[in-house]
Every structure is written in C-alpha cells, then in structure tokens.
Design a protein around this ligand. Structure first.
Ligand code: C5P
Length: 219
C-alpha cells in the first residue's frame, strides 16, 4: 500500500481547472484520480502531465469487456505511469485473470456493485439479493487475487476478512447537500479499514484546499 491514502478526484474537462487545482496539491501527500470525463476530454496527455508533475495516478475507467479486449487495453495503460486502475468484477473470472496477467506494476482494482444500483435493481438484474450478489463478487476477488476493490463505505463492515486493497469513495466530513447519499467521514472510513479514500468536491470546491487536504488525510 502507498502511504498516500487520500485520492483527489479530478472531475474536470478543462485542463486549466486541472492545472489550477494541482498547483495546490502536493504529490507527496495525495494521489489523483482520472475518470472518464477527464480522460475523454484530455486523452492520454493528461497521464503524462500528472505523472511529470510527480503524482501517482488512479485511472478509473472501469473496464468491462471480453478478456482479450481488457487485456489489450491494460497493456496500453501500463505504458503510462499509472499506479492503479479499475475493471468491473462482473466481467468474470477469465476476464479478471486476463487483466492481472497483462500488467506487471499497475495495480488492478475491481469495481463491486455500483452504488447507483439498489436492492430492487439487483433483484431484477440478477434475481438475487444485493448482499448475495456482493458476496459472490467478493469470492471472485478472493479467488483471482485481484489487487483490491472499490466499494462504498457502507460495505466496509462486510470486508473485515478481505485481504486486498479497499478503495472507498462517497466520503464527506461535512454535509454538502449534493448527490452523494450514503456517505461516511474520512475518519470512520479509515477506521473501518479503507486503505484509500476517494474525495472530489469537498476538496476541489473548498476555499482552502490546503486545509481540506489536512482534514481528509489519514492521521
Ligand atoms: O465529489 P465526490 O467526492 O462525490 O467524488 C467522488 C468520486 O468518486 C467521483 O469521481 C465519483 O465518480 C467516484 N465514485 C463515487 N461512487 C462510486 C464510485 C466512484 O462517488 N461508487
């Protein structure tokens, strides 16, 4: 595990916004997350820019395709300085194994069930309870020895035995009245076993970024 446990989500399209934010971030104290929005707007150049600025990168593209396609995509990702990247565990055992065998240094993190899916969505998709479907994905993560998982803070309680990395978004130390519904504070998430927390707006929209970073860092 890296000692930088705070991952700042760079959810922007405009490179000027990215540059303004990272000028306030210390690459020795946090990692940065590049999601689909920033990746599609800036393409691969964003990875070189962040890497040259000294940041460890979490590239969150949530790959979900047949094993060969995911494997080829990861071989491309591995040419860049990406610390960890995401695939969907629902791609299945062969896809996860193909993903793991196509990288040497980049860590592969499996997305469990999207937090946008509720109990009734899971029931109609899989004719299964949320917790059963979640448990099956955790077994898959254990069997394949994938490097880690993305999960919501609410699921950390079910993952005490899980040995891989736990990456947790949906963190709020203050109520922001935004779209995140099931949130937890950074302290609670670290105490419940999160290895990394992903924080976007509480830092990117803060008036004092230095203070906000201090607030969300692992103490
Ligand atoms: O601004 P905020 O702190 O809500 O940003 C959280 C980041 O984590 C966003 O980039 C969002 O896409 C991501 N994320 C999430 N919930 C998930 C998975 C990812 O909020 N279940």
């Amino acid at each position: 595990m890296s000692d930088k446990r705070l991952i700042v989500a760079l959810d922007y399209s405009d490179i000027k916004d990215v540059k303004a934010l990272i000028s306030n971030l210390n690459p020795n104290r946090c990692m940065v997350k590049v999601g689909l929005q920033l990746y599609l707007s800036q393409r691969l150049s964003i990875l070189d820019l962040l890497s040259n600025a000294g940041f460890d990168i979490f590239l969150d593209l949530k790959l979900h395709d047949i094993p060969n396609t995911v494997s080829k995509a990861l071989s491309e990702i591995e040419k860049f300085n990406v610390f960890m990247t995401t695939i969907h565990l629902q791609g299945g055992k062969e896809m996860i194994e193909a993903a793991l065998s196509s990288v040497k240094s980049t860590k592969i993190i499996g997305v469990t069930l999207l937090t946008s899916l509720n109990e009734s969505n899971i029931q109609s998709l899989y004719a299964s309870a949320f917790s059963d479907q979640f448990s099956r994905l955790i077994s898959l993560a254990n069997d394949t020895k994938i490097d880690g998982l993305v999960c919501s803070a609410n699921e950390l309680n079910q993952l005490h035995e899980y040995q891989g990395l736990k990456v947790v978004p949906g963190i709020r130390n203050k109520i922001l009245n935004d779209d995140q519904k099931r949130t937890m504070t950074s302290m609670e998430a670290y105490n419940l076993g999160a290895d990394y927390i992903v924080v976007g707006r509480p830092i990117t929209q803060s008036e004092n970024i230095e203070e906000a970073i201090k607030e969300y860092e692992s103490k």
